[in-house]
Write a protein that binds this ligand. Structure first.
Ligand code: NCD
Length: 334
């Protein structure tokens, strides 16, 4: 199959049009993750000569560090600024477009990994770079409340590795569907790449999935919305999320809804022993720590480790026309 990611921006999950396109990346993820786990020295030759800029305008622990680790582990030069708002020229008033041009023309970045609070931030950077005929490609590492497409990739990788399929799965997403971007990107991906999936959104009425996201899912998955765990006992995946305090203008509403759904050992006991418990993290108190050692919990292990591995694959697929052949040339795979 031709590499669908080569020299493309990756800014919204709808860019993945079918299961083959996703599996191209998941197959590459598997190969790269093995090599990385073995501390393959040759792997650091794969992207030698390329430069990856990481510009974050919103807080992050995992996404930021895993992109730096992914690009560095493949031998790219990495220039990373974790708090653009305070420690870059943004603090002097520079706009997003000019900072993006800086990544391209001053930092000589082949890829700009960007996280920003504006829903349209990726589109804004892409438009500016394209206007100036830049070859720099943008990866959206989280844009406002709207998209977190690389989180969806790592989540799909985690689910696939556990179940061996992305079809006929019942995924219950719990918490903040209104402000959370991970659930929007993941539900979009599951609706596109899988057959017969069932999605159940469990949230307080104030935090329901926006109508435009629901609209986009209709006809592609079986969909339900509840304010309780009705019809959720048989789910394969419980995807828990944080109530996103930073987006609430009325803190009283936040206080009212923040602890509505907590995954406790008692609640977990009512769920299937074959299910998995996911969370994009950071977790506040919506999953009790007692769950961390439950064999169904993957958020501190497989899911977390999927982050750098899928991001290595995405970066390599954008920069190399045929990353599989490039790996063969390193003498690693047959
Ligand atoms: C998420 C995000 O930034 O959207 N974190 C992450 O990247 N794993 C989820 C969150 O902040 O709650």
């Amino acid at each position: 199959m031709e590499n669908p990611y080569y020299q493309q921006h990756f800014i919204e999950i709808a860019q993945i049009k079918n299961d083959q396109q996703l599996f191209y990346l998941l197959e590459l993820t598997e190969k790269l993750s093995h090599l990385r786990t073995e501390h393959s020295k040759e792997l650091t030759d794969l992207l030698r000569g390329f430069t990856v800029a990481v510009m974050f305008y919103q807080a992050s622990t995992r996404t930021y560090g895993s992109f730096v680790s992914a690009a560095g582990g493949l031998g790219a030069n990495v220039i990373a600024v974790q708090d653009m708002t305070y420690s870059s020229s943004v603090s002097k008033g520079e706009n997003l477009e000019d900072s993006s041009m800086t990544a391209a023309n001053s930092w000589l970045a082949d890829i700009l990994v960007q996280r920003h609070p504006n829903d349209e931030s990726s589109e804004i950077s892409v438009a500016k770079l394209d206007t100036h005929s830049s070859n720099t490609r943008v990866i959206n590492a989280g844009s406002g409340k709207k998209e977190h497409p690389t989180q969806a990739l790592l989540d799909a990788n985690t689910i696939f590795n556990r179940f061996g399929r992305l079809d006929n799965l019942h995924v219950a997403m719990v918490g903040d569907m209104a402000n959370g971007r991970t659930v929007k990107s993941l539900s979009g991906l599951l609706a596109t790449v899988g057959q017969g999936n069932k999605l159940t959104f469990v949230s307080p009425d104030e935090l329901r999935m926006p109508p435009e996201n629901i609209q986009a899912l209709l006809g592609k998955v079986e969909l339900s919305e509840f304010e309780s765990f009705e019809d959720c006992a048989d789910a394969d995946v419980y995807y828990w999320t944080r109530v996103q305090r930073e987006w609430f203008t009325d803190k009283n509403i936040y206080e009212k809804v923040k602890d509505r759904f907590i995954l406790t050992p008692e609640l977990a006991a009512t769920f299937s022993p074959h299910a998995i418990f996911m969370h994009p993290l950071p977790r506040l108190n919506e999953i009790s720590e007692a769950i961390d050692t439950d064999p169904r919990a993957v958020y501190l292990e497989e899911q977390m480790a999927s982050g750098p591995h899928t991001r290595m694959a995405l970066i390599a697929a954008i920069l190399l026309e045929n990353p599989f052949i490039a790996l063969e040339k390193l003498g690693h795979i047959k």
